[in-house]
Design a protein around this ligand. Structure first.
Ligand code: ADP
Length: 502
């Protein structure tokens, strides 16, 4: 038997998943990661804790199912993107906490960059908009906050990297990353596939502190014997988590699209071998590189998706568990014109209105918790619709279906409603691990477990499809209601903060 071991280093947990060549999950081990909040809006993680969680989940996943480490042919890695680690190459020790993608600590630096007119060049080169999410300003911040950094630089001991890079340095001793992770740093030229020297200068980052960037399908290195049961196992596939999910759905063709329904929604569309720029605030990014072939993607996100359901549970207490919303929604014939715009943190694509706040419309004396559940689920579908419409407009591509994954896809009302609102087939693999599966496919491709993409496409993966059933007129009616609700929401702008005029 050939096994592929995948390390899935996510924001909230590290998982090790062992797949067979039919992409079936043979074993899985998971460990939560502590989130540290040193100041409001700042998010850190302990890179040592993450490294330990990698080692312990590898061991647990193997021993749990009595798998001999010799049976592991190749390792794949997928990871939380943009999060930055700084470490000492000599001791392999982190020099600071990892700065997590969510951390807003570099907001001021980003505002300065925007004010000094860097937006257009950065977008052209990296495909990204200036935001504290991306690694560049986090690395700059570390450059000015690590003690004795000059000594580390002089002695060529300073290393920066995203989580994949840190884990690989520990496992193999190689300072490497893949193009999909590099493309989230805001330092990588996505056309030339190189660190951009003028951006490194702008952010004052020495080139030699960054990893070597390799195609996603590469031999990144071999495990050091003392870290892997005396064995030198190749790391053969590395992808950022969203790109890995796209690959795991086998969204290999231009126009293929996936949506992950979690706390928020993450949408990626394969735009083929060309960079597609967005007029609606979507990001252009690298999906993956196999050999000389680079595949690009458009990326969009919905800030509040599953978290609207969490709000019903923890804020309003109208439900005890997320899954109750499914029955609630199905018990109603229609939404009875109740709309919920969950703009808790403003509105993203395509509105980009950071001052908008949430609203519920159409309340009557007959409105109850069922209407709220339904309106919350519908809002997830409408917001995804908005992002997908923007993708269609920016790319000129019209798709037939959309692949889905994430916690909220267990809600069959939501899946059916999404198919209806998009007018597309919604395809959900029965096995949930799309992200890890993507890294497994990539690693398997590199060492020849799969000969080519077609062989990956031929792997049988049971799935459930939801087909659009709504009439065109019904669909238009629902969408119009949403558009009106968004418009009304945006009109409500108050000059007050907490009831007090500023
Ligand atoms: P993340 O990776 O962002 O933590 P998950 O993919 O684990 O998220 O999904 C969890 C989210 O999905 C939560 O916000 C939860 O409210 C939502 N969720 C889970 N089950 C359901 C359900 N049956 N119906 C609607 N939402 C759900």
């Amino acid at each position: 038997m050939k096994y592929i071991l995948v390390i899935d280093q996510g924001t909230t947990s590290t998982r090790t998943i062992i797949f067979n060549e039919r992409a079936e999950v043979i074993s899985l081990a998971q460990k939560e990661i502590e989130q540290l909040y040193p100041k409001p809006g700042w998010v850190y993680q302990d890179a040592n804790e993450i490294w330990l969680s990698v080692l312990t989940t590898i061991t647990e996943a193997l021993y749990k199912k009595n798998i001999d480490p010799k049976e592991i042919d190749v390792i794949g890695i997928t990871n939380q993107r943009e999060t930055v680690v700084a470490w000492d190459k000599k001791t392999e020790k982190p020099l600071h906490e990892a700065i997590v993608w969510q951390s807003r600590q570099t907001q001021e630096h980003c505002d300065e960059l925007k004010a000094s007119g860097h937006e257009t060049t950065i977008k052209e080169k990296t495909g990204l908009v200036i935001d504290p999410y991306f690694s560049a300003t986090k690395i700059s911040w570390l450059m000015s906050h690590i003690n004795n950094i000059e000594t580390f630089i002089q002695e060529k001991r300073l290393a920066f990297g995203t989580m994949d890079s840190f884990i690989m340095y520990k496992l193999t001793g190689q300072h490497v990353t893949d193009v999909s992770n590099a493309s989230r740093t805001m330092l990588f030229n996505i056309h030339e596939l190189k660190w951009d020297l003028s951006l490194l200068e702008l952010f004052q980052i020495p080139t030699e502190t960054l990893p070597e960037v390799k195609p996603s399908s590469s031999i990144f290195g071999y495990t050091k014997k003392h870290h892997f049961f005396g064995l030198e196992i190749p790391i053969g596939g590395v992808l950022g988590d969203q790109q890995a999910a796209l690959f795991g759905h086998r969204a290999f063709s231009k126009g293929d699209i996936k949506n992950t329904y979690g706390t928020g929604c993450f949408m990626l569309m394969n735009t083929g071998s060309q960079v597609t720029y967005s007029q609606s605030g979507l990001l252009s990014t690298i999906a993956w590189q196999i050999g000389k072939q680079t595949t690009y993607a458009l990326e969009g996100s919905v800030f509040i998706a599953g978290s609207a359901i969490q709000w019903l549970r923890d804020g309003l207490h109208t439900i005890k568990e997320a899954k109750e919303t499914d029955q609630h929604a199905k018990s109603l014939e229609s939404n009875e014109d109740v709309y919920f715009v969950p703009a808790f943190v403003g509105l993203g694509t395509p509105y980009w209105d950071s001052e908008a706040r949430g609203a519920i419309f159409g309340l009557t004396r007959g409105t109850n918790e069922k209407h709220l559940s339904r309106a919350a689920l519908e809002s997830i579908a409408y917001q995804s619709y908005d992002v997908i419409e923007a993708m269609k407009k920016d790319s000129g591509i019209h798709m037939q279906s959309i692949f889905v994954d994430g916690g909220a896809t267990s809600n069959t009302f939501l899946m059916q409603f999404q198919a209806d609102i998009l007018g597309l087939n919604v395809v959900k693999p029965d096995q949930q691990e799309s992200t890890a599966r993507g890294a497994a496919f990539m690693a398997g491709l590199t060492i020849g477990i799969y000969k080519d993409l077609q062989e990956i496409q031929d792997v049988e993966l049971p799935k459930t499809s939801f087909q659009p059933m709504m009439t065109h007129a019904q669909r238009q009616y629902y969408i119009k209601g949403w558009e009106e609700a968004v418009q009304a929401t945006r009109q409500y702008k108050r000059p007050y903060k907490n009831g007090l005029k500023e």
